[in-house]
Design a protein around this ligand. Structure first.
Ligand code: PEP
Length: 252
């Protein structure tokens, strides 16, 4: 009942011409794959060019971050209104933003609120660090991040959540399918407590952390996992296409 989603987070990779080349390599094949939402999230400066290339196709465009104010004297920032003209989704609270740019739960909450206000669909990232995982604090950390991110949000329409254990991101050490499924189940139970079971069943929750073509089926075959947020592997067209195709086949 939940349409699966595979979103590629290109992070701070690709110049504009490289982004155009990458999307050109895969857009025709990606466009043909059904039963699934396919999202590419290039750097801000490539959103327009990539957006032009996928216009009219089934591929969706996402940004990797945004500021929470709509306009004003915030030199260098990108506003939700600017993004809403270009794309449908926006990644919010990625662990790299939390870790390197000191994004707190309060900032993440303001960004989620601001995105929803202008009709952008947030991909809200939550996940525990290695030390928290090893201390057995995963449930506490993930629950805390989820609840602080959703303060003041009454309507979850459009919201996508990505469970991304920090220790699995970019490390090549993916979580196991069972671990991700269990933690995503916990996230869904929290949503049910906050918003009711029916709404919780409608929210898509992705897994992210070293997903590749080789381990996709381990995650996608799990009952609670609705897709993946893919970093490194989304920069190789053949790899990304394989992840999307496998997901469409398993869940279609
Ligand atoms: C990410 O950037 O969200 C991510 C999951 O990266 P990677 O797939 O490279 O671990």
């Amino acid at each position: 009942m939940r349409v699966p989603m595979i979103a590629g987070n290109w992070k701070m990779n690709t110049t504009v011409s490289q982004a155009v080349a990458l999307v050109n390599e895969m857009r025709h094949e990606l466009n043909e794959i059904g039963n699934i939402d396919k999202v590419v999230c290039p750097p801000f400066i490539s959103l327009s060019a990539v957006g032009e290339l996928i216009k009219g196709s089934s591929i969706k465009l996402g940004a990797q971050d945004m500021y929470f104010e709509e306009r004003g004297a915030y030199t260098g920032e990108i506003s939700p209104l600017m993004l809403a003209e270009l794309c449908e989704l926006v990644i919010i609270g990625h662990s790299e933003r939390r870790q390197y740019f000191n994004e707190t739960g309060e900032i993440v909450n303001r960004k989620v609120l601001a995105a929803l206000r202008v009709g952008l669909k947030p991909i809200l990232c939550i996940g525990e660090r290695l030390d928290e995982n090893e201390a057995g604090r995963t449930a506490e950390v993930v629950t805390g991040q989820l609840r602080s991110s959703l303060v003041g949000i009454s309507d979850l329409n459009g919201l996508v959540i990505a469970y991304e254990p920090v220790w699995a991101i970019g490390t090549g050490k993916a979580a196991t399918g069972d671990w991700a499924n269990e933690t995503i189940g916990l996230i869904r139970r929290n949503l049910a407590e906050l918003y009711g079971k029916e709404i919780a069943q409608r929210v898509r929750i992705l897994y992210g952390g070293s997903v590749t073509a080789a381990n996709t089926s381990e995650f996608i075959s799990q009952s609670e996992i609705d897709g993946a947020l893919v970093g490194g592997a989304s920069l190789k067209s053949s790899e990304f296409l394989s992840i999307v195709k496998q997901t469409s086949e398993i869940r279609g």
